[in-house]
Design a protein around this ligand. Structure first.
Ligand SMILES: Nc1ncnc2c1ncn2[C@@H]1O[C@H](COP(=O)(O)OP(=O)(O)O)[C@@H](O)[C@H]1O
Ligand SMILES: [Mg+2]
Length: 338
């Protein structure tokens, strides 16, 4: 298998923690051809989409420990056409530059891209979950997206709850996520103006969402591979904070999915696969879906440590299976039929 990882800069990888590195290491251990590149390296030359890639030298022995592998791995630098890969794994950090998707559009019939370009395009911000079809309100908390300040104020005033969550539409890592309390309505207009106008020329959408009770005890991160959960953990917010993100100071704990969580994952999983989102990190609170992370969800290393697993083995097994099926079925290959 020839695989290309489009990701954040290699020198910013933390070898003890990084999830992409674990997948890369597993590919290298199995003798696959692994190339690594950054979104800024995408290039078109004479109508061919290429990238300046660092390809791992296959002849070198692959160290068994991930940090030693990171320290010792050697690369060959070369421009490579993206269409020569079997798999492109998008592991760039959010926010997503939509132009990257235009580059990938040009090779999407030649390469298995995880996640599919159209899935990334659709799910790379929080409208994807906000607009989830959920008439019985079983899957997501009541969610509103708007830039209309007076409308948003009326939503808060009319809500039966004392608390709501306000977040920027395109945020990540917990940035800008705050709790709104009805008792402090005199601040709301100024706050909404600040979020929506944010000093930019263009105004920004915000999300208002019912506060899900139980969030004080943290949220649950579930890694979904081809519509099925492969691992999970609980993230607990730092004292005095409403956000469970690890980048916002949250800590991780072992978590076993409940029967209800599994039902929720099944319902969401079917849609993810239909939408071309083969690998994602779900954030769940109190049995409700809060967010689908499609860009570069982490936590593999933490889940591995807490449960003594190697999720990267499952992921690479999956990529090998896709590659075999694509070779066998050629243009009749449909990922949803795997
Ligand atoms: N509706 C909600 N009720 C309670 N807590 C929430 C809610 N939405 C978000 N949070 C808290 O804020 C964190 C970040 O929100 P999330 O929607 O996942 O955005 P981000 O993209 O920044 O991770 C969540 O992990 C959770 O701890
Ligand atoms: Mg999140």
């Amino acid at each position: 298998m020839k695989i290309c990882f489009i990701m954040y800069p290699w020198d910013r990888v933390n070898p003890n923690q990084d999830s992409s590195l674990r997948i890369i290491h597993e590919c290298a251990l199995r003798g696959h051809e692994v190339a690594i590149t950054h979104p800024n390296n995408l290039t078109i030359r004479d109508s061919v989409t290429l990238s300046h890639c660092n390809t791992i030298i296959k002849e070198d022995k692959v160290k068994a420990s991930v940090p030693s592998f990171y320290k010792s791995v050697r690369f060959v630098k070369k421009m490579r056409p993206l269409s020569e890969f079997d798999v492109i794994f998008m592991r760039a950090n959010p926010p997503l530059d939509p132009l990257v998707l235009n580059f990938l559009d040009s090779v999407k019939d030649d390469v298995f891209i995880i996640n599919a370009v159209d899935g990334l395009r659709e799910a790379n911000n929080k409208i994807y979950t906000a607009a989830y079809h959920d008439p019985e309100r079983e899957l997501i908390p009541a969610t509103h997206v708007s830039k209309n300040i007076s409308y948003l104020i009326s939503v808060i005033e009319e809500s039966e709850h004392d608390k709501m969550i306000l977040k920027p539409l395109d945020g990540f890592g917990g940035s800008g996520v705050i709790v709104i309390e009805k008792a402090a309505m005199h601040n709301i207009k100024s706050l909404l103006e600040f979020y929506i106008e944010r000093g930019d020329k263009q105004s920004n959408y915000v999300i208002l969402q019912d506060y899900v009770e139980g969030a004080e005890d943290g949220d649950v991160r579930v890694l979904m591979l081809h519509g099925k959960p492969i691992g999970a953990l609980r993230r607990r917010p730092a004292k005095g904070d409403a956000r469970s993100n690890i980048s916002a100071g949250g800590t991780v704990e072992k978590y076993t999915l409940t029967k209800e969580d599994k039902i929720l994952c099944k319902k969401i999983g079917e849609k993810l696969v239909r939408d071309g989102i083969y690998y994602a990190g779900l954030d769940l609170i109190g049995g409700k879906l809060i967010e689908v992370n499609v860009m570069s969800p982490g936590t593999i290393t933490d889940i591995n440590k807490l449960n003594n697993t190697k999720l990267q083995v499952k992921i690479v097994n999956y990529l090998e299976k896709v590659t075999r099926k694509r070779e066998e079925l050629k243009e009749n290959f449909r990922p949803e039929n795997l």
